[in-house]
Design a protein. Structure first.
Length: 350
């Protein structure tokens, strides 16, 4: 297991309940310079408390929603929380939170209909929910080869493939509805990552679909400045959309694309932009991680300095508030970012 002596020492100090005693094996080792970034004791204690808080928010049916008082977005929130648990070494049969992960996985699988759509999703922004839930299932299948996942995951992937836009400047992208039409970067990133996770896991994903998506992302780049627009050929650059774009390019294998380097620099220049900040940072984290080296070290230090002071405590539990979506979303995203140096999510490895 690829962790440092410092981390094991902190685990002993925090006690058995601080973190899973049995964890999944880490993903293949990333470049050596990425290993120079480690999860320190303070961050590990917060991760442990955040996992406890998330476990306490899980519904009886295995789902998570935006907060304890709302039934909103169970499919999307369950996807985000499952990624946070996986980033911390938990799988359906491994880790102290195996029970929670298995229940969340079963909720998502039970939600998939014969047409590949998830039931119980607000139709207005359907593909957003579809994308993140399918990413979570793709990563779960890739790491476990759980027999219950493959067939339903293939249905969800087939829906993504058949709803890709094929017209004009929107060709290769996706929009909110599960049908071909126009496109934007915020929806496209989730479908691209879901496709790559499924392909990595051995599912049938047409390469042309991925190639067309990459070309759409590239067309969203804004000349001069390194940023990306919300839609191809329209609008100005922004923090969240740029993070989504360079994340998309890298998970599709375009690590050395000049647009990635320029986009990374744009993120550093605009890191004080707090519009959609949690959302954008959830993409910026893995994007900078895959670049590695000094870029990743600087970004991880910046994220720690930004999110640790804002964490809230409830006994031995920790969580974050988010003024736009809710505490479950923010806690899942920030926990995933803090845990990234443990290298548990194969999707983020080159």
């Amino acid at each position: 297991m690829k962790r440092t002596l410092t981390i094991f020492s902190v685990l002993l100090a925090l006690g058995d309940s601080a973190f899973p005693q049995k964890a999944a094996e880490p993903a293949p080792a990333p470049p050596a310079e990425i290993d120079e970034v480690v999860v320190d004791g303070a961050s590990e204690q917060i991760i442990a408390g955040a996992l406890r808080w998330l476990a306490a928010q899980q519904r009886a049916n295995g789902s998570w929603t935006v907060n304890a008082r709302s039934n909103e977005h169970p499919v999307a929130m369950t996807g985000y929380v499952l990624l946070a648990y996986m980033a911390s070494g938990n799988l359906p049969e491994e880790g102290d939170y195996a029970k929670q992960v298995k229940a969340g996985m079963e909720f998502l699988l039970d939600s998939i209909g014969v047409d590949g759509q998830y039931r119980g999703v607000d139709g207005g922004r359907y593909m957003y929910n579809h994308g993140i839930a399918t990413i979570a299932l793709g990563e779960l299948y890739g790491q476990t080869k759980h027999p219950a996942i493959r067939e339903k995951l293939q249905r969800a992937i087939r829906l993504i493939v058949t709803t890709q836009s094929a017209k004009g400047d929107h060709r290769g992208g996706w929009r909110y509805q599960p049908r071909p039409g126009d496109a934007d970067i915020s929806i496209t990133v989730l479908q691209v990552v879901a496709l790559r996770a499924a392909k990595n896991a051995g599912l049938d994903v047409p390469q042309q679909t991925i190639d067309d998506a990459v070309n759409y992302v590239r067309r969203c780049s804004v000349k001069g400045g390194g940023g990306f627009a919300y839609q191809a050929g329209q609008g100005g650059a922004g923090y969240a959309r740029t993070a989504a774009a360079i994340y998309s390019l890298q998970v599709c294998g375009h690590y050395d694309d000049p647009l990635v380097k320029a986009g990374s620099q744009y993120l550093f220049q605009h890191k004080a932009d707090r519009q959609h900040w949690a959302y954008g940072s959830n993409y910026a984290g893995p994007a900078q991680y895959m670049i590695g080296g000094e870029t990743w070290r600087r970004w991880y230090d910046f994220m720690k300095q930004s999110i640790i002071p804002t964490v809230k405590r409830d006994g031995d539990k920790y969580y974050w508030e988010d003024g736009q979506i809710g505490p479950v979303y923010a806690t899942a995203c920030f926990t995933t970012i803090l845990a990234m140096p443990w290298h548990y999510i194969p999707l983020y490895q080159r």
